[in-house]
Design a protein around this ligand. Structure first.
Ligand code: ADP
Ligand code: MG
Length: 562
């Protein structure tokens, strides 16, 4: 359990600040994360890594020569925002384009995808690179649905080495895809993890039992069995991974054994002894090995094994020297510190507040009241939303929604004080929600509120038709960005029917009464999209957390407007 913290809300930011203070030779603090503090090389492809914090050494521990140029750091277990990713990308840019590597979590896919679109719109080369090494998270027929776990280290290392070796943008993409296709991981856990400041663990594994294939965010495993000996665990992991040996593999591997947080190094070595023996018995050639903490989940007890099937190119890139705070191989030699000019961080400006009139400013003040009421309601429901998300997801939905609404309220208040009208106030609130909430729902609510704000003006009192049109714009943004359909068991199952009805009859009273019920109606469904999909059956019988929070938000707003 995490015992030392100041204010739990500040924990993710403070840990990055402290990491930078302790590793100034390698990294500097930039808005949204960290960037290399070593000399830039003009024309080099910048490799960014990222995701939620709570997984050290993932991700900031890998910033340095031979691996990543920057790390985008989110809140605990939840994705950073697109704005944060763009900020780190700009700080780390060296003119050769930017690749952002992450682990196929829905929130990361949305936020990093949006960041890449923004960079491209500004004329830069940029691409997402998605890691899919976890064999427990989807069957071999759909590898693109698998999530990323401790295969981060070899795949990011190989990608970073390619960029360091001078590969151009397309070649870096090619090598990354090859490394990802060659990397397979399976994990086991025997105890859960507790978020800083939380009274209860996110999930537990019964004493003496082993959960097979759980994710790094505490998503429960796919199977449970007796714990067994170190030998038995090692042979279970090796056996399952060898079943996925690619047809074209010549038998050379890197084997990486990863401790998830509270597993002792001594235990890792005992397990690795059997891993090594089992791989040799299977006729596999172990080119290189790692037994270390690579991707943790706070204080989770357990481990994961990754195998990377090598060819000559991957072998060379894996063995190239690397020097980062948490991962070093070979000797990289002296690297000059970053030049003063390159270390400058562009100022973050929100721009001027556009002109508004009294009527719109009055509406903006009402919107602030509305956000205050939404925040109060979400705070009441925070624990319930977290519990619903823990059945098959990662338990962070309540925290994320409260964080988003808190930031939205802060920015909306600041905008109103600065004289903003309704449209600008909501646009700023949406941007703040997207920046700070994290997670899939953070990206989606950010997009919804941005669209609502974009549809409203900074002059005049909005009519009922204007309000309905704003909801329609929000609904359309949700569907476009998230891509979920009715029945996928998401917030779409509440928002789409309510807004469709509103569009048809303009009745806020109907919207207020139907939204919470539609949320409860998601209980029997099985999730088809998002974090809960790999464990779909565990969610059946419970309403979708995002649908429940959406139901509450619509109820609060409809009661205010109606
Ligand atoms: P994460 O899943 O990244 O941890 P949250 O827990 O905050 O994010 O939010 C989970 C909720 O997000 C789900 O309950 C679901 O309602 C919603 N959601 C997930 N993916 C989508 C999607 N593609 N479209 C619409 N809603 C989604
Ligand atoms: Mg979640």
């Amino acid at each position: 359990m995490t015992k030392l913290w100041n204010n739990p809300d500040d924990f993710p930011k403070e840990l990055v600040d402290g990491f930078v203070a302790a590793n100034g030779r390698h990294v500097r603090r930039v808005p949204g994360g960290v960037a290399r503090n070593t000399a830039k090389r003009q024309g080099k492809v910048s490799v960014l890594v990222g995701g939620g914090t709570g997984h050290y050494p993932a991700f900031m521990g890998w910033v340095g020569p031979g691996m990543a140029d920057g790390a985008v750091c989110g809140n605990i277990f939840s994705s950073p925002s697109a704005t944060e990713a763009v900020s780190v990308a700009k700080a780390a840019d060296q003119g050769g384009g930017t690749v952002i590597c992450f682990g196929n979590y829905a929130g990361d896919v949305l936020h990093f995808g949006a960041a890449v679109e923004q960079l491209k719109a500004e004329g830069q080369k940029a691409s997402v690179l998605v890691l899919t090494d976890d064999i427990a998270s989807a069957p071999p027929e759909t590898p693109e649905k698998r999530r990323g776990i401790s295969g981060f280290v070899p795949v990011f290392k190989i990608t970073g080495a390619a960029a360091e070796a001078g590969y151009d943008f397309d070649e870096v993409l090619r090598v990354n895809a090859k490394a990802n296709d060659a990397t397979f991981t399976l994990g086991v856990a025997y105890s859960g993890c507790t978020l800083p400041g939380a009274a209860q663990p996110l999930f537990t594994v019964p004493e003496g039992r082993l959960s097979l294939g759980l994710g790094v965010h505490g998503e429960p495993g796919i199977d449970e069995m007796d714990l067994g000996t170190a030998d038995e665990v090692a042979r279970l992991l090796v056996g399952k991974l060898l079943e996925e040996r690619p047809a074209n593999a010549d038998g050379r591997v890197v084997a990486l054994l990863n401790g998830l947080g509270t597993t002792k190094y001594e235990e890792l070595f005992v397990v690795f002894k059997s891993v090594h023996a089992a791989l040799e018995e299977a006729g596999v050639t172990i080119v290189d090995s790692v037994a270390d903490e690579l991707v943790t989940s706070l204080d989770m007890g357990g481990l994961s094994l990754s195998l990377v099937w090598l060819d000559d190119e991957l072998e060379k890139l894996w063995l190239d020297p690397v020097d980062t705070p948490a991962f070093k191989r070979g000797a990289i030699g002296d690297v000059a510190p970053i030049s003063e000019a390159d270390a400058v961080i562009a100022e973050d400006t929100k721009g001027e507040i556009p002109e508004s009139d009294d009527a719109s400013r009055a509406a903006a003040a009402q919107a602030v009241d509305g956000i205050e009421k939404i925040l109060a309601r979400l705070k009441e429901q925070e624990e319930e939303l977290g519990n619903l998300d823990a059945f098959a997801g990662d338990g962070d939905h309540g925290i994320g929604m409260v964080r988003g609404a808190t930031s939205a309220l802060r920015e909306a208040k600041a905008a109103v004080e600065a004289g903003a009208g309704l449209g600008t106030t909501l646009t700023r609130a949406g941007q703040a929600w997207s920046d700070d909430a994290g997670g899939t729902s953070g990206a989606l609510w950010g997009a919804i509120i941005l669209a609502v704000g974009g549809s409203l003006s900074d002059t005049g009192t909005p009519t009922n038709d204007d309000a309905v049109a704003a909801f329609v714009a929000g609904r359309d943004a949700l569907v476009k960005v998230g891509g979920a359909e009715l029945g996928d068991k998401t917030m779409v199952d509440v928002i789409v029917p309510v807004v469709n009805e509103l569009e048809a009859n303009g009745s806020w009273a109907d919207a207020a009464s139907s939204a919470p019920k539609l949320a409860q109606d998601t209980a029997p469904l099985s999730p088809k999209i998002g974090r809960s999909r790999p464990l779909a059956e565990k969610s059946v019988g419970h309403p979708d957390p995002g649908a429940v929070s959406a139901g509450s938000i619509i109820e609060v707003i409809a009661n205010l407007i109606g």
